[in-house]
Ligand binder design. Structure first.
Ligand SMILES: [Zn+2]
Length: 556
C-alpha cells in the first residue's frame, strides 16, 4: 500500500515541480470580471454608501424597500447597471432625484440614461422595490435572505446580496451601510454595526431599528436578521456581544455561547484588536452551520444549542480573516476559510488537545486525498463549480496555515499575520498579497512554500537517518552523565516542500526523549544535536502533524 502511495505521490510531485511564477505584487490585475463567480460585480462603478430602508414581514418573507446608493462612475456608462434579482418588482428608480425608467433582466437592473453617464460622476441612485425574498441557489446553497418560516437572516455568500438589495455584488467594492428596518410588533431586527435607534415606526403596527456601520463592508457580509427574538447582551469582551434567539431558547443559548467573550479576548491577543463595533449571533432553523455576517454571525439553531466551539471559533475568526480583510476575488476564498479553520485548532490546542489532534488528522487525511486523486484544483485556483470544496478550501486551507505556523514559528507567524491584517485592513487581499506581507514581516522567501503547498496538491516524500552518533565530553571541568552528539540527515525527493517537522530521538528508557526540529529550507538538510542519552531509535513527525510520505530508502 505504501509503495503504491509513494509512486502516485512521486509522479504528482514531479508534475508540480515547475510552478508558474505569480505576477509582482505591484501590478494588481483588475478584480472584475471574476471568473470564479461569473456575472456578478460591476467594474465601472464604486459604491460608497448604501442606505436601505425596508419593511420586512419575516413570516411571509415579504419586503417593501427603498435602496439609496451613493456611487461614483469609474468609466463612461450608457446605462447604470446593478446586480439585482429579477423577481423583485421595481416600482421606481431615480437618478439624482429624477425619475428614469429601469429595465430588469436576469440578475440585473439596468437604467439607460438619456445621454451616457460620464466617468467621474457621483450619482445618488434610488430604487423603490418590493417582493418576496428570492430563495435561489448559488454554489449549491440557497443564498439570500434565508427563510425558516419564522425568521429571515442574511446568508449571502458568495453572491446573494443582490437577492436582498440592488448592489455591486462583489467583495472588491466595499461600502458603508445604513439599515432602517421596520418589522411587525413582536419581532426584532438585528443588523450590521451599531444600533443607532430603536423605537416605534411611522408605519402602524411596526417597530423600527436603525443599524449603521461606517466601516467599509463587502456586500456578501451585510448582516441583517428579523425574527420573533429576544436579545441576550453579554459583557466581558472589548465590544458588546449581542445574541438573538427565541425566548424558548434563551436559557440554553445564554449558556451554549457563553465562551465567546473569552474567545474574543483570546483571538485579540493573537490577531490584534477586534475590528468592528460589536459582535454576536442570530439563529436560524435552517440546516446550516454558520455564516460570518459582519458583526453578527448566523448560526444554525441546532449547532448553536450544542455550543459547538469549533463553529464559534471559526465564525469569530472570520471577523478578522474574511471581514476585515476580504477576498480580492473569489479564488482567494481559501484565505478566509483556511484561517478560520486554523483558528479552531488554535482555540483547542491547549484547552482540548484531543479535539485539536482530531482536527489536524482530518485536514491531513483531506490533504492526502487531494494528492492521491490528482485533484485538478488547487488553493490558488479553486473549482468555480465547487467553490466551497470542504477537502480543499477548508481542510487543506487549514493545513497550509498550520504548516506556515510551524515553518515560521508561532510568534513570528502571528506577528506576520498582524502585519498582513494591518496592511489590508478594511480592504481586500489576494494570495500574493498574503505571501508578500509574510515575506515583508519575516524576511523569508516564501515563493517555494506557496508553489508547493498552495499552487499544487503534491506531498513531499521524505527520507532521513541518524547519520552519526558519538559520545562526547561535557563542558570542560564538569563531570556528569555522558553526552551523545547525534547528526541527522534528511532529504526530500521530487518537488521541494518547505516545512518544519519534529524528529523525536528515543533512548532505552521511557523518559529518554528529545525533540529536534527539522526545518526544510532546502530539499536536503542536516542537523546535529547533543543529548544526555544514547539514542536507540527515532521517529519523524511522531504526532503526525504534517502530510508527507516516506521516500524509498536510498541506494547508498
Ligand atoms: Zn468559514
Amino acid at each position: 500500500m505504501l509503495h503504491t502511495l509513494f509512486l502516485l505521490i512521486s509522479l504528482l510531485a514531479q508534475e508540480g515541480s515547475t510552478p508558474p511564477q505569480p505576477p509582482q505584487a505591484a501590478e494588481r490585475p483588475a478584480a472584475l470580471p471574476d471568473l470564479t463567480v461569473p456575472g456578478r460585480g460591476r467594474a465601472g462603478m464604486d459604491v460608497r454608501h448604501y442606505r436601505l430602508e425596508m419593511a420586512i414581514d419575516p413570516t411571509r418573507r415579504f419586503v417593501e424597500a427603498t435602496a439609496t446608493l451613493e456611487l461614483e462612475l469609474l468609466e463612461d456608462q450608457e446605462a447604470l447597471e446593478l446586480d439585482f434579482h429579477h423577481m423583485f418588482e421595481v416600482i421606481a428608480t431615480r437618478v439624482d432625484g429624477r425619475l428614469l425608467e429601469a429595465q430588469q433582466v436576469p440578475h440585473l437592473l439596468r437604467i439607460p440614461g438619456k445621454r451616457p453617464f460620464p466617468a467621474g460622476r457621483s450619482i445618488e441612485l434610488e430604487v423603490i422595490y418590493r417582493g418576496l425574498f428570492p430563495q435561489d441557489e448559488s454554489q449549491g446553497d440557497v443564498v439570500g435572505m434565508l427563510h425558516d418560516g419564522r425568521s429571515v437572516v442574511a446568508y449571502l455568500e458568495p453572491d446573494g446580496a443582490h437577492h436582498f438589495f440592488p448592489c455591486n455584488d462583489h467583495p472588491s467594492d466595499k461600502a458603508s451601510y445604513e439599515l432602517i428596518i421596520d418589522v411587525p410588533e413582536g419581532q426584532l431586527a438585528a443588523g450590521i454595526g451599531e444600533l443607532v435607534e430603536e423605537g416605534p415606526s411611522p408605519r402602524p403596527g411596526y417597530h423600527r431599528a436603525i443599524w449603521r456601520t461606517d466601516i467599509p463592508t463587502a456586500s456578501y457580509l451585510v448582516a441583517l436578521g428579523v425574527g420573533p427574538w429576544v436579545r441576550i447582551e453579554r459583557t466581558g469582551a472589548s465590544v458588546p456581544i449581542w445574541d438573538y434567539c427565541e425566548e424558548e431558547d434563551r436559557e440554553r443559548i445564554e449558556k451554549a455561547l457563553s465562551s465567546v467573550p473569552a474567545m474574543m479576548t483570546f483571538f485579540e491577543a493573537r490577531f490584534g484588536p477586534y475590528p468592528f463595533e460589536k459582535y454576536g449571533h442570530m439563529l436560524t432553523r435552517k440546516w446550516i452551520g454558520g455564516m460570518e455576517d459582519q458583526t453578527l454571525s448566523v448560526l444554525g439553531r441546532t449547532e448553536a444549542l450544542s455550543g459547538d466551539q469549533a463553529l464559534l471559533a471559526h465564525e469569530l475568526a472570520h471577523q478578522w480573516f474574511g471581514n476585515l480583510v476580504s477576498p480580492y476575488q473569489w479564488r482567494d476564498l481559501w484565505l478566509n476559510e483556511g484561517w478560520a479553520t486554523w483558528a479552531e485548532l488554535l482555540w483547542f490546542e491547549e484547552r482540548d488537545p484531543q479535539q485539536a489532534a482530531q482536527l489536524l488528522e482530518g485536514w491531513r487525511r483531506s490533504t492526502f486525498r487531494l494528492a492521491m486523486r490528482e485533484h485538478p484544483h488547487t488553493l490558488a485556483a479553486p473549482d468555480p463549480a465547487s467553490l466551497f470544496d470542504g477537502l480543499l478550501v477548508y481542510d487543506k486551507g487549514g493545513m497550509v496555515i498550520h504548516l506556515l505556523d510551524e515553518y515560521l514559528g508561532r510568534e513570528r507567524f502571528l506577528k506576520a499575520a498582524r502585519h498582513y491584517l494591518a496592511q489590508h485592513a478594511r480592504g481586500n487581499a489576494r494570495t500574493l498579497d498574503f505571501r508578500t506581507a509574510l515575506e515583508q514581516s519575516t524576511g523569508e522567501d516564501l515563493e517555494p512554500f506557496f508553489a508547493a503547498w498552495v499552487e499544487a496538491n503534491t506531498l513531499p516524500a521524505i527520507d532521513w537517518e541518524l547519520s552519526s552518533i558519538e559520545q562526547v565530553d561535557g563542558p570542560a571541568g564538569q563531570s556528569g552523565p555522558p553526552l551523545w552528539k547525534v547528526q541527522i540527515s534528511a532529504r526530500q525527493e521530487g518537488a521541494f516542500h518547505p516545512m518544519s517537522l519534529a524528529l523525536e530521538l528515543q533512548g532505552a528508557s521511557e523518559d529518554e526523549r528529545e525533540r529536534v526540529p527539522l526545518r526544510f529550507v532546502r530539499p536536503q538538510i542536516t542537523s546535529s544535536v547533543t543529548v544526555r542519552f544514547r539514542p536507540t531509535g527515532a521517529q519523524l513527525d511522531p504526532e503526525k502533524r504534517a502530510p508527507w510520505v516516506p521516500a524509498e530508502p536510498s541506494e547508498d
